[in-house]
Design a protein around this ligand. Structure first.
Ligand SMILES: [Zn+2]
Length: 175
């Protein structure tokens, strides 16, 4: 998305960018690049009125409400997704980068869907799906915390499926 002179929020609200020195909004973008880690776009701008240059960081704002299990609402917070995954991924092969990229990917997906509200359970499902693809142990730990498993034997079956897979790998390794 390329938009010059205005920040367009994902929900369609347009907020004009103004020169911090003279408050005019006729600006020229001289350079823009992604600041990947923060999911932001950095733009170097020049004011056509006073000629001064400055940098803006643009992030799409996600104004999304999450419904918790206790029926209370809270603002969506990408950092909370990260924290939730960190404990489940402790001592697994899931890296810090992978955790951050899962959180960023989920935020991006929600932004594209343009939903205003989501259930915490659904968010949990999205995280579990992502973890399941990269590390089963992290997935099970996360799933236990978020009570996806209704009964203990569901947990046991999930663990069983890991050990079956491991023994298959051992067989292949020895074959
Ligand atoms: Zn200016």
């Amino acid at each position: 998305m390329r938009c010059e002179g205005a920040l367009i929020r994902w929900d369609g609200v347009v907020r004009p960018v103004k020169c911090p020195f003279c408050d005019k909004s006729e600006l020229k973008v001289t350079d823009s690049r992604n600041a990947c880690e923060t999911n932001a776009i950095r733009r170097r701008r020049e004011c056509l009125h006073c000629g001064l240059r400055f940098t803006t960081f643009e992030t799409a704002e996600l104004s999304l409400q999450v419904r918790k299990r206790n029926d209370r609402w809270e603002d969506f917070d990408q950092q909370k997704l990260v924290k939730g995954m960190q404990s489940a991924c402790h001592h697994t092969k899931v890296s810090r980068d992978q955790i951050h990229s899962i959180a960023a990917k989920i935020s991006g997906e929600l932004m594209q869907r343009q939903v205003q509200q989501i259930d915490a359970m659904e968010l949990g499902e999205m995280i579990m799906k992502a973890l399941q693809e990269i590390d089963r142990v992290a997935y099970i730990r996360y799933a236990c915390v978020y009570r996806r498993f209704k009964e203990l034997d569901e947990v046991m079956r999930a663990i069983q499926s890991i050990s079956e897979e491991e023994s298959k790998q051992i067989e292949v390794g020895h074959g």
